[in-house]
Design a binder for this molecule. Structure first.
Ligand code: HEC
Ligand SMILES: [Cu+2]
Length: 345
């Protein structure tokens, strides 16, 4: 399948783009107008009020308050308007819509690795359907990188040790350049790829051909057994560790008095270094640290699995004392994500 390649900076390809461009040009026009007016007035005043003979003294002016208030007030309001417009746009760009699908992106010297929730993996490529908001959760395996798609007007730093998020929605099929926009070492300039925005039909065909062996959450489930998480985290009855069903998006009370809303970063930190994050009512130092034992890929899969536990019944993973239906027991959670589907699982 051949796709037309658009010149990145001219093609109109994402939903935030029109407003982003409008805002950019409004700022450019206002700033150019003001700067030009000031420059002219400066030159005019220097000429008009120049000293004409050596003994000349300037005449005393009395301050005209209304005039002062006007020329201070009007520019102030104009620039404040720019600030609020920019702030609104910033929130639009930073906050993905509720129906956004999550795709995980891992950056490393010098490539982009992509993991779709359905299990498909890609390198230096990201296939998305048009008309669907995509939320990228990104992390780096080494240094700071930056995910930059000029055609979509998005750019976000990708950091080691912490997930960052950006979203976009392509509105026309096409192929768009992806760059790393943070100097990250020798082959930084080679760290690039393509976003393939496909029509929903083409996208469905692409998914079929992808031949994923199982979803990301399925991979996570295997790891959950392989790394013995399931020995302590039971889905029914009592175990040494908390029940993780419905954990994602809920509020957790920690022993140090903190309350935390469970998101990817909390899970990642809790799995790697649980000390300092001990959950109220449990013993600290039971949960081993997995620092250095799990790759970012595996962490992402585990997190996807724990997230998926929020809205599907775990089969097969039952504590020995479980009889019949899963019983969240004393760790029933008030799930914040009830109703909407986190990450599109
Ligand atoms: C030896 C038992 C044990 C093993 C193995 C274990 N955990 Fe835990 N886990 C605990 C205990 C106990 C707690 C609660 C105390 C704490 O917060 O450290 C806990 C807490 C957690 C929490 C925080 C739960 C909450 O309510 O906020 C998560 C997430 C978690 N574990 C995930 C995992 C994953 C993923 C694995 C496997 C990679 C794993 N655990 C392996 C015992 C274990
Ligand atoms: Cu880079």
């Amino acid at each position: 399948m051949r796709l037309p390649i658009h010149p990145d900076l001219l093609a109109m390809q994402s939903t935030v783009r029109p407003e982003y461009d409008r805002f950019f040009w409004i700022c450019v026009i206002i700033c150019t107008t003001v700067a030009t007016a000031i420059a002219f007035f400066l030159i005019y005043s220097a000429w008009h009020y120049r000293r004409r003979n050596a003994n000349e003294l300037p005449s005393q002016l009395d301050v005209k308050v209304p005039a002062e208030a006007l020329w201070i007030g009007i520019p102030f309001l104009i620039f404040l308007g720019m600030f609020f417009y920019g702030a609104k746009l910033y929130f639009d760009i930073e906050r993905p819509p509720d129906n956004a699908e999550t795709v995980y992106v891992e950056a490393k010297q010098w490539m982009w690795k992509v993991q779709h929730p359905n299990g498909i993996r890609e390198i230096n490529a990201l296939h998305v359907p048009v008309g669907q908001a995509i939320r990228l959760k990104m992390i780096s395996q080494d240094v700071i990188h930056s995910f930059y798609v000029p055609a979509f007007r998005i750019k976000q730093d990708v950091l080691p040790g912490r997930y960052t998020t950006i979203w976009f929605e392509a509105d026309k099929p096409g192929t768009y350049h992806l760059f790393c926009a943070e100097y990250c070492g020798l082959n930084h300039s080679q760290m690039k790829g393509w976003i393939y925005a496909l029509s929903p039909g083409d996208y469905a065909r692409w998914v079929q051909q992808g031949g994923a062996e199982g979803s990301l959450a399925d991979t996570g489930e295997k790891l959950f057994h392989q790394f013995a998480c399931s020995n302590c985290h039971h889905f029914a009855g009592h175990g040494p560790g908390p029940n993780l069903v419905g954990l994602y998006g809920s509020t957790v009370q920690l022993q140090n008095g903190q309350t935390i809303v469970v998101d990817d970063d909390y899970l990642r930190r809790h799995i790697l270094t649980p000390s300092g994050l001990t959950v109220e009512g449990f013993h600290s130092s039971i949960m081993p640290t997995y620092q250095g034992q799990l790759t970012e890929d595996q962490l992402i899969a585990l997190i996807a699995y724990i997230q998926a536990l929020g809205n599907r019944t775990p089969e097969g993973v039952m504590a020995p004392d479980a009889q019949g239906s899963p019983n969240p027991g004393e760790h029933q959670r008030e799930s914040r994500s009830a109703g909407k589907s986190p990450g599109g699982f």
